[in-house]
Design a protein around this ligand. Structure first.
Ligand code: PBG
Length: 334
């Protein structure tokens, strides 16, 4: 056999054995990169979310205990979503800014307990409005029919007030997810005017109208009475619009930006990462979590392997931070 019959390159050499594979891996994943979403509400007992195995809606004290336990396991960042009782919902979601809102109570309790964690407050009204949309509504009816849309500029003022309440309660970072134009500037201005110049903004700058948010609507006790969110969230058929969203939010003062969902949008994560120098987060959303669980339950894939592969893929695309419901398990697996 002549020399030329041997392969020129043997890429398999560095794949021999776990130690060697670990040594040459260049994408890392550790618990300090993960942000764990928590759903806090006024219920007395923790309530499992059927479509998201392992995820529960939690009363305030249970949420604080959950964070305390997870911090010991290395998860040190949490994003809080509110579950609002019907009697506290109204047309513009004003309860979000109340010091009694479960998110704000949890923030205060976590600070009083001295938890050493980065606390993010989700800043949106869909969990607080009776109609389930992400802001106050505006009637733009035409003679041909009723057309309700979210009133952008009125929602901006409400976002500012709510951000101040969240910073007051102890949020390190507020995370506006409603896709209102000008929201980062409005929130920055309100925070600064109230003396919260240190509160940071993680903007869900690039958020697509996605079917993968399905299970979240159960988890957050939301869901819309009518319509959908395509009038404010992005259309996945547009491949370049993210640049305008990113640049607007950076110009308005976003400290970090988020791409959402993650798995179906890795191309966007990668492009955003190379187009800015602020930290980039990607949200591995409820539907992406649920479908891995559903397949694993049927024995169609291995949950641990699939969750690790998915999270590494999100990191490899360029996300510095990953918001994921797998955070507690990933902290054990990595
Ligand atoms: C609310 C909000 C949603 C999610 C996070 N914030 C739902 C939506 O926009 O419809 C989805 C998170 C997930 O699916 O895990 N604005």
């Amino acid at each position: 056999m002549s020399d030329s019959s041997f392969p020129q390159q043997r890429l398999r050499r560095l794949r021999r054995g776990q130690r060697l594979r670990d040594a040459v891996a260049d994408v890392g994943l550790s618990a300090d990169r993960l942000i764990y979403p928590l759903f806090v509400g006024e219920m007395r007992e923790a309530k499992p979310v059927a479509s998201m195995p392992g995820v529960k809606q939690l009363p305030v004290d249970a949420a604080v205990n959950t964070m305390r336990d997870l911090i010991k396991q290395g998860v040190q960042q949490f994003i809080l979503f509110g579950v609002t009782a019907d009697e506290h919902k109204d047309a513009h979601g004003s309860f979000a800014a109340s010091p009694d809102a479960p998110v704000n109570r949890t923030l205060r309790a976590a600070r009083e307990a001295g938890l050493d964690a980065v606390l993010y407050a989700d800043l949106c009204f869909c969990e607080y409005t009776e109609h389930g949309h992400c802001g106050a509504l505006l009637d733009t009816s035409t003679p041909t029919g009723a057309v309700w849309t979210v009133d952008n500029d009125r929602t901006l003022a409400l976002l500012g007030q709510t951000a101040v309440a969240q910073a007051e309660a102890g949020a390190d970072v507020v995370a506006p997810s409603g896709m209102m134009d000008g929201q980062v500037a409005a929130i920055r201005q309100a925070l600064d005017a109230a003396g919260h110049e240190h509160a940071a903004i993680l903007s869900y700058a690039i958020k697509y109208a996605s079917s993968f948010y399905g299970p979240f609507r159960e988890a957050g006790g939301g869901g819309m009475q009518f319509g959908d969110r395509r009038g404010y969230q992005m259309d996945y058929r547009r491949s370049r619009e993210w640049q305008s969203e990113l640049h607007a939010d950076l110009a308005e003062g976003a400290d970090m930006v988020m791409v959402k969902p993650a798995m179906a949008y890795l191309d966007i994560v990668q492009q955003v990462r190379s187009s800015c120098d602020v930290p980039v987060a990607a949200y591995h959303v409820s539907g992406e979590y649920a479908m891995l669980h559903a397949a694993a339950e049927r024995g169609w894939l291995d949950l641990e392997q699939a969750a690790l592969e998915s999270t590494y893929a999100i990191r490899r695309a360029g996300a510095d931070l990953v918001v994921t419901y797998f955070a507690p398990q990933l902290a054990m697996w990595v």
